[in-house]
Structure formats: C-alpha cells, structure tokens
Design a binder for this molecule. Structure first.
Ligand code: ATR
Length: 268
C-alpha cells in the first residue's frame, strides 16, 4: 500500500518468490491515499490477504492503526510490513534494519561491526532503520551528520550515547578513523543533487554504503571505488528487507537468486 505505488519494485520481487515456491497467490500494488489507510488495512483479512507492505506515506501512521506493533517497528518509528494474524488482527513490523545489515554483510563479509565508528549521513526514516541495524550489530559509535541539526539531535536523544550528532559541515572531517560510511539521504539519486563529500580522511579499508539504488553505482560509490574502498550498493537493502516479510506471510525465508537480481536490476 502506498501513494504513489506504481513505481514499487516489490511486486516484482515477491511475484518472483511466489512463483518460485509454487504458491497460489499474488502480490499486487494497492494505491491507498493517506486518509484511507485504516479502512484499507481493515479490509485485508476480509479480502483474504496474508498481509502487505507499507510505503510512503503510510509507514508512520500505521503505528497508531495496527493492533500489535513489534519492538523493532517501535524503535524505528515506522511499519513497513503488516501481517494478518489467524484471528484477523493486524501485526506491524519493520524489516528495514534487517535488510540493511544483511545487505551490508552480503556485500562485505569482512566488515566487522565493533572495529570502529560509523558515519551516517541523514536523519530521516531510512536513517532510523540504519541506526538500529548498526547499534544492534555492535557498532561502538555512530557519527550522525544531517543538514537539519535538530533532527540529528533528536535521534541522539532517542537512541542514546552510541549516537553522536555532528553538524552537516563536519561530514568530511567526521570520516577520520571511520570503518563505515552510510548515505541515507536522497542525495545522489537520479534527478536529485549530488552528495558533496570529500573522502580524503576516510581510511582506505572503510566500507562505503549507499541506500540510494538508482543509479546502482551512485557518484558516492564510484568515488569510493576509485580510491579503493569496498562498497555496498543500495539495491541490497531493497532485496533483503523483502525476505523476512515474505517469510512472515508464507513461512519460508526466500533467497536472492541471480535470476531475481538480474530481473530487478534490469527493471531499474
Ligand atoms: P527517507 O525516509 O528516505 O529517509 P526522509 O525522511 O525524507 O526520507 O529523509 C531524507 C533525508 O535526506 C534527510 O536526512 C534530509 O535532510 P534534512 O533532515 O536536513 O531535510 C536529507 N536530504 C534531502 N535533501 C538534502 C540536501 N539537499 N542536502 C542535505 N540533506 C538532504
């Protein structure tokens, strides 16, 4: 469910798994306007849905509509997956933190969480999921840089001393000694401004990760690659966040095959 929803790659991903696992079912985009989320969600059990994903603009509002919210969705402050329970009640969860950490580990298995600080750019919804993922993985310190400093400060209040807010202008120097750099802003996305950041201070072994997946290799990832840093592409998070959702609905944890990867890449 989303508005707009036509651009979503999720029908492609889940449709692939439904066919692969021989399930009789379908994953369909549901265009639902902001004011009609509750009615649409309540219709799910009536219509025989196993659940749904939520995207813009529903992810935060769902917290106040669903019957039960998983702790991870509370911490992230958003729901991306709804599961219809046996009694017709609705449980909300969030698979974005899992999706982020799984994709990072898949792309860079040598990355060790507790080896040093991470720098996270951005303090929006995606950033909250990345912060939870990194804290749970054991990253000792997260330097959070956001254009709007108050938003970064609010996240420090919420997530505690493991997160440190730094001014946006400090993003270049913040890379000193970091083991990971994550862009969670929309900068670098097709049609958006470029992300301006000087990588000089970043150790050569540090992983550079972007959650932007269009283009697949963002200017940030290209710059990182050019100086020899290992990278993790944004498409990984999109694919991996879908896995526990499918599992919650159908009881099987699906895999990301080469065929699926190829299908999604060519759809971009
Ligand atoms: P998402 O759910 O994808 O995280 P969001 O909640 O709208 O989307 O957050 C977008 C992030 O990109 C924010 O951190 C935003 O910075 P502000 O909080 O200062 O708005 C960041 N962002 C977007 N455009 C930006 C720009 N031109 N310069 C710096 N940061 C930008």
């Amino acid at each position: 469910m989303g508005w707009p929803v036509a651009h979503s790659r999720s029908p492609l991903i889940h449709g692939h798994w439904i066919a692969h696992h021989g399930l009789r079912g379908a994953y369909v985009p549901l265009a639902v306007q902001a004011g009609q989320l509750e009615q649409a969600l309540r219709a799910l059990p009536v219509l025989g849905f196993a659940g749904c994903n939520l995207t813009i603009p529903h992810k935060v509002q769902a917290l106040s509509v669903l019957d039960q919210i998983d702790p991870i969705a509370r911490r992230i402050g958003a729901v991306n997956t709804v599961v219809v329970q046996a009694d017709g009640s609705l449980r909300g969860t969030n698979t974005d933190a899992f999706g982020y950490i799984e994709s990072l580990r898949e792309a860079q298995p040598a990355w060790v969480a507790d080896k040093g600080p991470a720098v996270v750019l951005g303090a929006g919804g995606a950033s909250r999921a990345v912060l939870c993922a990194l804290m749970d993985a054991g990253v000792p310190l997260i330097r959070l840089c956001n254009r709007d400093g108050d938003k970064a400060q609010a996240l420090v209040q919420e997530f505690g001393a493991g997160v440190q807010a730094l001014p946006w202008s400090e993003r270049h120097a913040a890379l000193q000694g970091a083991q990971l750099l994550v862009n969670t802003t929309s900068l670098g996305m097709q049609g958006q401004d470029a992300l301006e950041i000087r990588l000089d201070a970043l150790p050569e072994k540090a992983v550079v990760s972007d959650i932007v997946y269009l283009p697949r290799i963002t200017p940030l990832l290209a710059a990182a690659q050019a100086r020899g840093n290992p990278i993790a592409e944004g498409l990984g998070m999109l694919l991996h966040q879908a896995r526990p959702a499918f599992s919650a609905w159908f009881g099987t944890m699906p895999a990301i095959s080469e065929t699926l990867l190829h299908t999604v890449r060519t759809s971009l």
